[in-house]
Design a protein around this ligand. Sequence first.
Ligand SMILES: NC(=O)c1ccc[n+]([C@@H]2O[C@H](COP(=O)([O-])OP(=O)(O)OC[C@H]3O[C@@H](n4cnc5c(N)ncnc54)[C@H](OP(=O)(O)O)[C@@H]3O)[C@@H](O)[C@H]2O)c1
Length: 351
Amino acid sequence: MIPVPVRATTAVRPAVAAGVGCSSPPTLHIAGPGVVGRALLRALAGQVDAGRVRILAVSDRSGTAFDPAGLDPLDVAAAKDAEPGLAASGAPFVDWDGATAAAEVPADIVVDLTNGPPPGHPPASPLLAALRAGKDVVTAEKTVLARHPGQVRDLLAATGARLRCGATVGGSVPVLDALTRGLRGAGVREILGAWSATTTFILSRIEAGVGFDQAVADARRAGYAEADVSVDLDGHDAAAKAAIVAQQAFGLDLTPADVVRKGVGAADIAQARQAGEMAHKLRVVARVTAEGAEVGPALLPDDHPLAVDGADAAVLIRTDLAGDHVLRGPGAGGDATAAAVLADILSLLDR
Ligand SMILES: NC(=O)c1ccc[n+]([C@@H]2O[C@H](COP(=O)([O-])OP(=O)(O)OC[C@H]3O[C@@H](n4cnc5c(N)ncnc54)[C@H](OP(=O)(O)O)[C@@H]3O)[C@@H](O)[C@H]2O)c1
């Protein structure tokens, strides 16, 4: 008998080796050695050792470790684990922030793993600085893409730079790949996503009988929650992802402000506590069509494809020609998100 896993997993995307044996491998600048950034540095060690890529620079909020000869990713990750600032890493250091370094460091690809500008602030982001300089970009940072689609599109058109953003929606679950590649010819009609993994984690803990404050503390300790969980519970995180999905799947110039949004309130938390007894789960669900997007809490039967637990994410894609597709898997966490970022880096190195 074939041992079938009880939990569904997402398809594995092939990692394409590039530049093997090349004397001058493509170069990277990584902005944001946080939870995802450090996981990426560790995941890149094998690629660096094989000579497929060289890491020229890593920037945090204190400045930039920059060595044209190449940084050792494991050393940088260990230094950031030990000390808050990169100056202590021992590597050559300049006081450029991520956006300045994205323009100044002569890297082929800029990887934006920063937190993004707060609402209302000018978007001085590594992503935008890199695109202005005509550099290719890989990003897990969703806010700039979600809020400034026109600016990003104009920069891509003007410079010919390439952008990969698979990690911005669904963590390791290849939602955008499915929409822009695999199912592009299938006539995508409707996308339903439980892709606010932090909210799912908190609601899952509450369903398990844990108090609200404890559930939030657990999410923070696991590295899933932002300092301000209202970004997740009010639906802002799900709405930003819905905007990116609407842009990518339907070419809409939708921003989070255009997404009809309802957050998780006290009554919903109370409902989540009782949902388990009714064989249901309360989850924040986004719905995206060619007409627009909406986000809000939904009570789902336990066996619904979007009724994920923990930090998993799930998406249900309805198409005209190829039926329904479900993707689900880890939607947050350093290693899982770094896997999606690395896949995007490898796809750029491949072409
Ligand atoms: N964690 C996840 O599961 C997950 C999943 C999908 C997408 N994402 C996205 O991925 C990005 C990184 O997430 P994370 O969890 O790794 O966040 P994090 O742990 O808070 O790390 C953010 C990093 O960005 C750095 N940073 C912030 N502003 C900067 C600037 N102006 N210049 C240079 N560096 C700057 C911070 O520097 P310091 O070290 O000096 O503070 C920190 O190293 C975020 O946009 C997040 O939304 C995360």
